[in-house]
Design a protein around this ligand. Sequence first.
Ligand code: LLP
Length: 414
Amino acid sequence: MPVVNNKLCFNGLNAEVLVQEFGSPLYVYEAEVLRERFRAFQAAFSEQVHLHYAMKANSNPTLLRLLQQEGAWIDAVAPLEVRLALDAGFAPERILFTGNNSTSDELDYCIAKGVPVNLGSLEALRRYGERYPGTEASVRVNPGMGAGHHSHCITGGPASKFGIYHDRVDTALEVATKNRIRIIGVHSHIGTGIYTPEPMLAAMELVLQASEEFQELRFIDFGGGFGIPHHPEQTPLDLPELGRQMQERFAKFCTEYGRTLTMKLEPGRFIVGPAGTLLVTATNFTDTPDYRFVGVDSGFNHFVRPTMYGSYHHILNASRSSGPEQEVVIVGNICESGDVFSRSEEGMTRKIPEVRVGDCLALCDAGAYGMSMSSQYNTRPRPAEVLVENGQARLIRRRETYADLIAAYDRTEP
Ligand code: LLP
């Protein structure tokens, strides 16, 4: 990120000034980075590959509209995600609904809206078939292997609840045939935060094997999971090379299958992760014999990844980018000891230019699974979100208020 006069800037806008204008803590997104990430992904594959942005990573409608203009499709996991995507201007046929434990109402909602559904269990396929005989759908297959940055994030293999296990594909066909359901797509997603091509290619092989069983396919969807380097020393995934290999293998499969199919992918983190930063303000210091704690005005209610997965996120002192460094633990304001922003597999501390009360700190690569996983724990409202574009900052979600916090409560006297 650019530094001007020792201060961190976004597209020419000083981070401290943004916080003065919009308050702290603050999520800042860079439109240019979001566009670049989408374009780079599309270029690494080809125009023919449908990129279904996994909106669970970040569902801010302004970001959705921006990606819609770029030509994105959508991976939606819940009916209200479908609704948000429709409201953001996505055509129903460009959305794929991959629910979990979907109720009949959820399926009915998608069908009523003309949104294709992707069925992740034999039970869902059976229920869908009985309600909508003679129609078409895709199925999610568990290829028998998974990968990901944390055990919570591996979504393939025998320990995963997701998809129809690859050895049950025959039963899926029987269930579909019984209700004259044409299976027009096979889907799979093995996990998230994958940094090497090997698991992707190995899973692809297994998904293609399972796909051979289906005669009427129009697409195969290999899901998301493409990791981004969180650590400055981490090597990024070679996406152009992976894209080349996946497309080559896919073309070979299509030749053998006897029909040209569409490849679909569902990147979330890769697109929006690096486009977002969480700005927080230092408010406190506490010293123990072992550590110096720097306390800030936000916590895991606003950004849970370090606490939940021990995920490293680079932290910059936006108020003084260089200068004498100190080793500190950067902690949030939530009443739990696990509320440590500087936590990672390597430990709790970071070396950062000396922090003073009032300094603005930047938690990098917070665009994906940041705001979308936030909560109001400790009765603290969610932060505002701004979009920076062409040297201008625009509020794209206002800070929550007390009125937002209490809106759903019953307020009659007990
Ligand atoms: N497709 C499906 C069916 C998914 O379940 C997911 C993510 C994606 C695509 C997008 O994966 P991505 O490209 O973003 O890796 N909260 C966790 C991530 C959970 C991802 C859940 N599913 C984290 O912060 O690491």
